[in-house]
Design a protein around this ligand. Structure first.
Ligand code: SF4
Length: 294
């Protein structure tokens, strides 16, 4: 990730992605299935619209059930992520410029079409990625638009860019799927190329605001599966009373081919998925701390 796209001008001093020209999403005549592309405009107009959050970079969307939050969800994958997780199974979502330029109102129109499905299933929309916090202005408009329609909202994030979430945005978020990828700072850095601390700060802020969280932790043999690391995650999470559940997700190799297709170096090619026994052992560590774990 080129450092040039970040500035540290945010009030917290954390990284704040700026949609600099290099990161402007590509203009396409046709957008995602059922969502129109942003259409033609000058480059300057396009940059201004991206900065204002009127246009965002979207990778894809899908309708899912029993994942990414309660009920039936429309999961929207926004492009751009500041992390480089060794196990990322969506490496094609990491760069904002690779997404398709979509107008916020067009995406909201698509989301609204599923209102009856959301109501019938107690579902809603989940903004994932990449990391949805990479495009805070666009996300903010999407969240507001959903809440104006009474649609349940969820964001799926590492929390690294939690400082990009304003208090107004927090009011429009019903649930956060927060990845705590490791409880040990060094392991986190090795795995993601970023720091753990912003995730802890964001989790605390969500907890203080009483926003429900589902925590996700990927169990990777030889990387995150030490008892010390699992205990460290538990120590972080158990302090947050607004955590409703924790999911231990077994590492898998389903993203491996994408790395090869993108010409990116994949570090975990030789790692096997964890055994059922070790996944259950990890779950019992969390349960021993009183955390509702799946
Ligand atoms: S945070 Fe998610 S999208 Fe970003 S690199 Fe990690 S796994 Fe991939």
């Amino acid at each position: 990730m080129p450092e040039a796209i970040f500035s540290s001008e945010g009030s917290t001093g954390e990284y704040r992605p700026e949609p600099a020209e290099i990161e402007v999403p590509r203009l396409k005549g046709a957008g995602l299935a059922g969502v129109a592309g942003a259409g033609e405009m000058s480059h300057a107009e396009h940059v201004a619209a991206v900065r204002a959050g009127e246009i965002g970079a979207v990778h894809s969307w899908e309708l899912v059930t029993a994942v990414d939050g309660p009920g039936t969800r429309l999961t929207v994958f926004l492009s751009g992520c500041p992390l480089r997780c060794a196990y990322c199974h969506n490496p094609d979502t990491l760069k904002m410029r690779d997404g398709e330029a979509v107008r916020v109102e067009d995406l909201l129109d698509r989301i609204k079409r599923y209102k009856a499905v959301f109501t019938a299933s107690n579902g809603g929309v989940t903004f994932s990625g990449g990391d949805p916090l990479f495009q805070p202005a666009f996300l903010s408009r999407l969240l507001r638009g959903c809440k104006e329609e009474g649609i349940h909202t969820c964001i799926d994030t590492s929390g690294f860019l939690g400082a990009n979430v304003t208090d107004e945005m927090l009011d429009d978020i019903d649930l956060v799927l927060l990845d705590v990828k490791s409880g040990l700072a060094e392991t986190y850095k090795n795995l993601t190329e970023r720091e753990l601390e912003p995730t802890i700060r964001f989790g605390k802020r969500l907890n203080d605001a009483g926003i429900p969280m589902w925590i996700r932790f990927v169990l990777i043999p030889g990387v995150t599966d030490s008892l010390e690391n699992i205990e460290a995650v538990a120590q972080i999470v158990k302090k947050w009373g607004s955590v409703h559940r924790l999911e231990v997700l077994p590492f898998h190799q389903m993203g491996r081919d994408k790395w090869a297709e993108l010409g990116m170096k994949y570090r975990l090619a030789d790692v096997e998925p964890p055994s059922k026994i070790s996944v259950e052992a990890a779950r019992s560590v969390f349960r021993a701390h009183g955390i509702d774990t799946y």
